[in-house]
Design a protein around this ligand. Structure first.
Ligand code: SF4
Length: 275
């Protein structure tokens, strides 16, 4: 069996809070997010025999207690993904998955076979920046994605509630201008964990069309910015978290400088691994 391979990290202490893991990256993704950190593996082919990946996992095994499948979009390759998850389970590793939620059927497969212990689902909140897609997904639209991701969330939440999926979190990446969508979406999301991630645009800069200020701060037109667009601060994200807190969720805030912390309102900030 072959896998369209994107990369391997033998030790990460960031991808699964509180746990040392190795990470397998799958090449290929149907979306094109403006903030993608792995844009080089969105497309292309690097076919490897699955045994080559298993050898990497075996090499890293003494360092880690879990494995993360990331990408690209790992659920685009259901057969090698499930095969590698089985291998990881046979070796006593916990299995985590980072996904955009576009392929709910693959999530179903993994959950039914109890091959996954943690799913972090990156919910794309705004279609801006996802408009360039190819590799068979050129016709994909916001409605397609929304339908698929809602199915994925329902599958994961159902599994979490019935004890088949120990950890499930939804990641919302926030930029100036998409706070409103975030709040609307959050109203329809289950009560599980939410991660508010500080968005940092990298590609596909757009013309600015929003209002001139938000929360009393002047927006910076992207023509005025050299380099990356200025991201929201922890305080900005905390204000958004405060609006969602009423829904009774655990909310984490993830920023470049502060890492990941559980938002505890006025009770202070705690590292996520000390929950
Ligand atoms: S879904 Fe993930 S891998 Fe795909 S383009 Fe977006 S950030 Fe990159």
């Amino acid at each position: 069996m072959k896998v369209n391979y994107g990369g391997f990290v033998d030790l990460s202490t960031k991808d699964w809070p509180g746990r040392a893991v190795c990470t397998v990256f799958f090449r290929g993704c149907p979306l094109r997010c403006s903030y993608c950190h792995n844009a080089t593996i969105q497309i292309g082919r690097d076919e490897r025999e699955i045994d080559e990946i298993i050898a990497m996992i075996d090499e890293a095994r003494h360092l880690v207690s879990g494995i993360i499948f990331s990408g690209g979009e790992p659920t685009m390759q259901p057969e090698p993904l499930c095969a590698l998850a089985r291998v990881a389970k046979e070796r006593g590793l916990l299995v985590g998955l980072q996904t955009n939620g576009f392929f709910p059927d693959t999530l179903n497969l993994l959950i039914k076979e109890r091959l996954v212990d943690r799913i972090a689902l990156d919910y794309k909140t705004r279609w801006e920046g996802y408009s360039k897609r190819w590799e068979g997904y050129a016709g994909t639209c916001e409605a397609d994605y929304s339908r698929q991701v809602r199915r994925s969330i329902a599958i994961c939440e159902d599994a979490r509630m019935s004890g088949k999926l120990p950890e499930f979190e939804i990641v919302l990446t926030i930029f100036w201008g998409n706070e409103r969508e975030i709040l609307e979406i959050a109203n329809h999301l289950p009560r599980g964990n939410l991660v508010l991630q500080q968005g940092v645009h990298k590609r596909f800069w757009k013309e600015w069309t929003g209002p001139g200020t938000v929360n009393g701060n002047a927006r910076i037109h992207e023509n005025q910015v050299s380099g990356e667009r200025v991201p929201l601060t922890y305080e900005d994200l905390a204000r958004i978290a405060e609006s969602m807190k009423r829904l009774g969720r655990i909310i984490k805030i993830r920023t470049r400088n502060g890492g990941e912390v559980v938002y505890e309102s006025d009770r202070g900030r705690w590292p996520a691994c000390q929950r």
